[in-house]
Design a protein around this ligand. Structure first.
Ligand code: SR1
Ligand code: MG
Length: 427
């Protein structure tokens, strides 16, 4: 499917769909109607969105089902007092189309896109569930880490200067430049608000009062976070998903699909890698809070740490292989150009490793930011929120916060994921 490059003006014909109006709306699409089968009166719709921003419907007919995701003109989590442009649906669609070129097996299939309605009709993934929910229930997904490592390496490599000629890369950056409202959410919520008394911040209180105060007074930590913000603002390295948490991944034991790239723009590669690593670590730190008997989740916790190691190893291997495949016949992008390798053949390997090392340190720094914002900022995660006892919850959150601080301060010092996992054990 080809995509428009500029978002349309927000038009009057937009209206928010409801379970009552959506079937009539979808009947206008022959492709959708034939996928659902039967007649409109036989279709059933329910709204199932539990994210912070959008409406999500499942529509079922006698023959099949589809998912419809529609942007609302405001932040659902907060309400109409916080307007948000519908154009995010445009960027999401553009990103999905691009990701599907490089990693089609790991994204949902898109059936229709309606720019004026800020709406995408896509594959109904079943029996998939949201990865975060599976991890809370201690379900093992044997391929998830491998799939996510590949998704990251491919989508990020093929949209970076490692693959694209510089003029083309610059053109593509321009397609996403106006996704500013979504970037601003991240800039505020991830990098600033947890570190001052922002009105919408919340934390488990009084248990975390001291640490929340201490973080606000921690100049070294705040400086490290601002360094990460600098990178987020300045480093247009690749088309990033922009919100790759475990709620943006749907899984079965066999299959993994990444959804929801409405925060997409050209940003630092480590932001996506760090986001998913952070969320897997939060799943890890929350495990003891879900135990009915002490130690019940110990093996599962170890499995989670293994998955973080697998994910990084697969990402590293895959992106390294993609860089090393470049040669004079297949030169790829304009950086580390194979024409430079001729007189210095080891340059390819040295530069690939050097670049990955920089992505590594960035990933750890961004992971630290992502953990802290989910515990001290506005938008929290179910991993911790579903632990009812505040003493139990806060002891999990405290460990995660101490670990996150260490990730930020020592991001250049960690030499392997094994060392990072050791640090998680220590906290
Ligand atoms: C106001 S939106 C809060 C968060 O929800 C999204 O999933 C993003 O993570 C955003 O930061
Ligand atoms: Mg989302």
């Amino acid at each position: 499917m080809t995509a428009r490059l500029k978002p349309a003006e927000e038009k009057k014909e937009y209206y928010a769909l409801t379970p009552d109006s959506i079937c009539g709306y979808l009947a206008g699409y022959k492709s959708v109607a034939s996928r659902l089968g039967g007649s409109v009166s036989q279709w059933q719709a329910k709204e199932v969105g539990d994210g912070n921003l959008n409406l999500v419907f499942i529509v079922e007919g006698p023959k099949g089902a589809v998912v419809v995701k529609q942007a609302l003109p405001y932040v659902r989590l907060v309400g109409e007092s916080w307007p948000l442009p519908l154009s995010r649906a445009h960027y999401e669609h553009l990103a999905l189309v691009e990701q599907s070129k490089h990693a089609s097996e790991y994204v949902p299939e898109i059936y229709e896109y309606d720019e004026a309605m800020a709406l995408t009709v896509m594959e109904y993934l079943s029996p998939h569930i949201i990865l975060r929910k599976g991890l809370i229930k201690a379900v093992r997904y044997p391929h998830m880490a491998d799939h996510l490592g590949k998704f990251l390496a491919r989508t990020l490599f093929f949209t970076s200067d490692l693959h694209l000629p510089a003029p083309e890369k610059k053109r593509r950056i321009s397609y996403f430049l106006d996704n500013t409202a979504m970037c601003k959410i991240t800039e505020d919520l991830v990098f600033d608000e947890p570190y001052f008394d922002a009105p919408m911040n919340r934390h488990t209180s009084p248990q975390l009062d001291d640490i929340a105060q201490a973080f606000k007074k921690d100049a070294r930590l705040k400086s490290a976070v601002q360094d990460m913000k600098w990178r987020f603002l300045n480093n247009a390295e690749a088309l990033i998903h922009g919100d790759l948490h475990t709620g943006s991944v749907m899984v079965t034991e066999e299959d993994t699909r990444v959804i929801d790239p409405e925060f997409a723009f050209y940003g630092p590669i480590g932001f996506d890698v760090g986001a998913i690593i952070a969320n897997l670590f939060m799943a890890y730190f929350s495990q003891s809070g879900h135990e009915k008997s002490q130690g019940e989740r110990a093996q599962y916790s170890d499995w989670l740490l293994d998955q973080i190691q697998v994910l990084w190893a697969v990402f590293e291997h895959e992106i390294f292989s993609l860089v090393m495949k470049r040669n004079e016949k297949n030169p790829g992008g304009d950086v580390y150009s194979p024409r430079l390798f001729k007189d210095a053949p080891s340059l390819a390997e040295i530069t690939a490793k050097d670049r990955i090392q920089k992505i590594w340190a960035d990933s750890l720094g961004f992971a630290g930011c992502k953990i802290i914002r989910r515990i001290l900022g506005l938008a929290h995660v179910e991993d911790f929120e579903s632990i009812e006892n505040p003493d139990t919850r806060s002891s999990c959150e405290k460990r995660a916060l101490a670990f996150a601080r260490r990730l930020l301060l020592d991001r250049e010092q960690f030499s392997s994921m094994n060392d990072v996992v050791e640090a998680a054990h220590e906290n």
